[in-house]
Design a protein around this ligand. Structure first.
Ligand SMILES: [Zn+2]
Length: 111
């Protein structure tokens, strides 16, 4: 009888919060970029739309890079988010990330 781990490795290592906060930050950055199109931003300051677009883009990029580089295997260092985006189907990478229980590189298992 094999002992299959029942817990997600992402959840058991506590990195689901990191992914959630990075996702919220990423979409918040996109939201700030979309503010650049509003008239009240342009009315507030001539450079308002540029500043909103630049700040939003920086927020979104920093959050995405943070998630790509910090969500990793504690045993071998494999960047799980990056691996899942590169190796899973486009409609499954996020779902896989929340349910995988064995590291695809080193075989590290959830407790
Ligand atoms: Zn690993």
């Amino acid at each position: 009888m094999s002992q299959e781990p029942t817990s997600s490795l992402l959840l058991s290592t506590g990195q689901n919060r990191r992914l959630r906060y990075a996702g919220i930050g990423f979409f918040a950055g996109i939201g700030v970029v979309s503010l650049a199109q509003n008239d009240f931003v342009a009315a507030a300051h001539p450079y308002g739309p540029f500043v909103a677009a630049a700040c939003g883009a920086v927020i979104a990029i920093v959050c995405a890079v943070f998630a790509l580089y910090t969500i990793r295997c504690p045993n071998c260092g494999l960047r799980w988010l990056r691996w899942s985006i590169g190796n899973r189907p486009a409609n499954d990478w996020l779902h896989w990330l929340y349910r995988f229980s064995v590291c695809p590189k080193c075989g590290h298992r959830a407790n």
